[in-house]
Design a protein around this ligand. Structure first.
Ligand SMILES: NC(=O)c1ccc[n+]([C@@H]2O[C@H](COP(=O)([O-])OP(=O)(O)OC[C@H]3O[C@@H](n4cnc5c(N)ncnc54)[C@H](O)[C@@H]3O)[C@@H](O)[C@H]2O)c1
Length: 404
């Protein structure tokens, strides 16, 4: 695979060194191993210094270069004068706070999904990026993976599946509320924003927009069927997140989607995703990041022909020119996360924009919020109203808390 040496070397910081930052680190490691050397991670930041230190030590071990450790973005901006970009892996409620501070400090940002905690928070990030003439990227990896690029090709380029028609996504399971986990920021409405519709769901809405285009309106029932206490010190605090939703999506193209999820169905559960065009269907068993980290799905056409997902991937790769392959899978990298990081590095290095910027992130963000808004009002909700901000009853308490 051709190596790329265009552009300048960029200096990065990782902000928030918890769970997903560890996956980012593995992604950076893969890029280095494959020959991408236009970046250096010069600093780590976490309010928990031991986490920032542990991540810095791992990077030093891998690269042999020193990494500075900070407890806050203010400290980072005071000391690091040559930062090009920051990779934000903090809690949802802090995404806009961290992003706006870094952008005002002249630093481009790659912010983990779901970009801002609300539509207003996301618009604040977009405005800051414009004001300071910096890139604000949404860290969304799924659509970049070879599995999802293949399904996009199957529906929208190859003609294999005919015209996209319907998709159905259902996951039904039981998590016993009697088992009481430790409190975590996701449980808190003001910090998490709410549950899986906008957490892992942020991935699926980006994917559905990528495969099937923009959404006109949605209708949803969003409920909390069980109280789920969490242990916070000596107290028990109930989880704010939904444990059930069912929803209908009306796409501008005419495609219809249904998406349902629960962890409050005692007894036997099931998961099914089916994506249907006029000539066939692809099935998978992941309703949040299908075909991203595995290729277990299957495609069956109306004439009975079947393709395993690995076989479909081969057909897709065979259809690409050398230039297209290099653009989609630089250095032969096919995993979504290293590709999302590569996109940010290459954009900063060469002065182009990223594939999924904050505006694109906002369009997905608004879909998740539209479901919550519909759940609250029990009405069909138009996406354009959520994007404009004229429908925001569900988000209002969070916006008030963050003074948005
Ligand atoms: N792309 C994916 O597949 C994926 C998967 C999981 C999580 N995420 C996203 O990553 C983000 C982080 O999630 P996580 O699971 O890693 O959470 P986490 O709690 O494991 O990590 C968050 C880190 O941020 C630190 N932090 C909190 N406040 C801070 C502050 N003021 N300044 C500096 N650091 C601070 C915490 O100490 C912690 O180390 C979320 O947006 C989440 O949705 C993405």
């Amino acid at each position: 695979m051709a190596t790329r040496s265009r552009g300048k070397k960029v200096t990065l910081a990782i902000v928030g060194c918890g769970g997903i930052a560890g996956s980012h680190l593995r992604g950076y490691g893969e890029l280095l191993e494959k020959g991408e050397n236009r970046f250096r991670i010069a600093a780590t930041v976490d309010s928990d210094r031991t986490r920032a230190q542990a991540m810095a030590s791992q990077i030093e071990e891998k690269t042999g270069e020193s990494v500075n450790v900070y407890r806050s973005i203010d400290q980072l901006l005071n000391k690091e004068k040559n930062l090009d970009g920051a990779d934000i892996c903090g809690p949802h409620g802090l995404h806009h706070v961290m992003s706006c501070k870094l952008l005002a400090g002249g630093v481009n940002i790659l912010c983990e999904k779901p970009i801002g905690i609300t539509v207003k928070a996301t618009k604040k990030i977009i405005a800051a990026a414009k004001r300071h003439k910096r890139i604000a990227a949404t860290a969304e990896q799924c659509r970049r993976s070879i599995g999802q690029r293949t399904i996009n090709w199957a529906f929208n380029k190859s003609g294999l599946l005919g015209d996209p028609r319907i998709w159905m996504a259902v996951s039904s399971s039981w998590q016993d509320p009697k088992s009481v986990p430790n409190w975590h920021w996701r449980v808190d409405r003001k910090m998490g924003g709410c549950g899986m519709i906008m957490d892992s769901g942020a991935h699926w809405v980006d994917t559905m927009r990528y495969w099937f285009g923009e959404i006109d309106s949605v209708y949803a029932r969003v409920e909390q069927l069980e109280k789920r206490p969490h242990r916070k010190g000596s107290r028990l605090v109930n989880d704010a997140r939904e444990d059930f939703w069912t929803s209908i999506f009306n796409f501008k193209s005419g495609v219809i989607g249904t998406w349902s999820w629960t962890i409050s169905a005692p007894g036997k559960g099931f998961v099914q995703l089916s994506l249907t065009g006029s000539k066939g269907t692809i099935v998978d068993t992941d309703i949040f990041h299908p075909a991203t980290n595995q290729a277990r799905g299957e495609c069956q056409l109306v004439d009975g022909t079947t393709y395993s997902l690995p076989k479909l991937q081969k057909k897709f790769l065979g259809s690409l020119s050398k230039d297209e392959k290099n653009r989609l899978f630089p250095y032969g990298v096919t995993g979504g996360m290293p590709l999302e990081l590569w996109d940010f590095i290459d954009a900063l290095s060469t002065g182009r924009n990223v594939e999924i910027d904050a505006d694109e992130g906002l369009r997905s963000k608004a879909v998740c919020e539209a479901l919550y808004e519909s759940g609250k009002t029990k009405q069909v909700v138009k996406l354009s109203d959520v994007l404009k901000g004229t429908v925001n009853a569900y988000q209002r308490d969070v916006d008030r808390y963050w003074k948005l």
